[in-house]
Design a protein around this ligand. Structure first.
Ligand SMILES: C[S@@+](CC[C@H](N)C(=O)[O-])C[C@H]1O[C@@H](n2cnc3c(N)ncnc32)[C@H](O)[C@@H]1O
Length: 247
């Protein structure tokens, strides 16, 4: 959670824009260690809030911090609630699942009348570092093993989410925000991305030598792409897409 504050901010921005005033039930899909769930608890103190994540370690960490919430270990793809939720929320998780039109239609069906589905994912062209990673993946001894990692994240253009949700929704609100995260150094950008979008690429490398080569090439390109500001810190622009659909 070294980047906890930076990463929690989009869930605050999303939750504050969901215009459902007194939901009885709220679910946080892909809740991680519970940071976004805590945001939901603050936004709607009277609601029954549930956190769901496929990682037992994440749920253990969340439960240790907030033992009185309800926590579920499950894949979002396997989640089939018996009753609708007033708010179905997901921050920075749906990009790990495929087939977004079918996915968001299915999640929207889990919204109770008068409620909302709200989610945030990185935008398709979220940051220059994504292009750097793809360039290195396509130019090395590892390239034959990179088709999986190159297709691992799914981020569709805003129009797809609109077209898939608007036939079923009262209204659909979509926006993009580019955050300029203030990082201590360009190495901190590589550290951040190593625990998210870079992970599938690192997992496909076959030796420590390959990992060292991949990471040192990336670190050098990141250093050139993200120059330091006057105070020595580095700005990391990161674009995110937000969608809220009301039933
Ligand atoms: C970047 S974290 C976001 C955590 C939290 N929502 C937040 O905003 O701090 C993404 C989370 O999605 C979870 N995740 C990824 N794929 C998932 C899936 N198919 N079903 C459920 N959770 C998933 C991961 O385990 C991880 O905890």
């Amino acid at each position: 959670m070294r980047f906890g504050d930076e990463r929690t901010r989009p869930s605050v921005d999303l939750a504050s824009r969901i215009a459902v005033e007194r939901p009885a039930t709220v679910i946080d899909l892909g809740c991680g260690p519970g940071n976004s769930t805590r945001v939901l608890r603050q936004r709607w103190p009277e609601a029954h809030v549930v956190g769901l994540d496929s990682s037992p370690e994440m749920i253990d960490a969340a439960r240790a911090d907030e033992p009185f919430e309800e926590w579920i270990v499950s894949g979002i793809e396997d989640w089939a609630p018996s009753a609708g939720f007033d708010v179905v929320f997901s921050n920075a998780a749906l990009q790990w699942l495929p087939d977004h039109c079918a996915l968001v239609e299915r999640l929207f069906r889990a919204v109770a009348p008068g409620g909302a589905l709200g989610f945030q994912i990185p935008s398709a062209d979220f940051a220059a570092v994504r292009h750097l990673i793809h360039g290195i993946a396509l130019d090395g001894p590892w390239t034959p093993r990179m088709s999986g990692p190159l297709g691992e994240l799914t981020m569709e253009p805003p129009g797809l989410y609109y077209d898939c949700l608007s036939p079923h929704a009262r209204s659909v609100d979509i926006w993009e925000t580019e955050y300029f995260h203030v990082m201590d150094s360009s190495a901190a950008i590589v550290d951040w991305i190593a625990s998210t979008g870079l992970r599938p690429f690192l997992a496909a490398l076959e030796s420590e030598d390959e990992t060292r080569m991949f990471v040192s090439r990336l670190s050098e390109m990141v250093r050139q792409t993200y120059p330091p500001q006057k105070d020595g810190r580095v700005l990391f622009p990161f674009k995110r897409t937000f969608v809220v659909a009301y039933r």
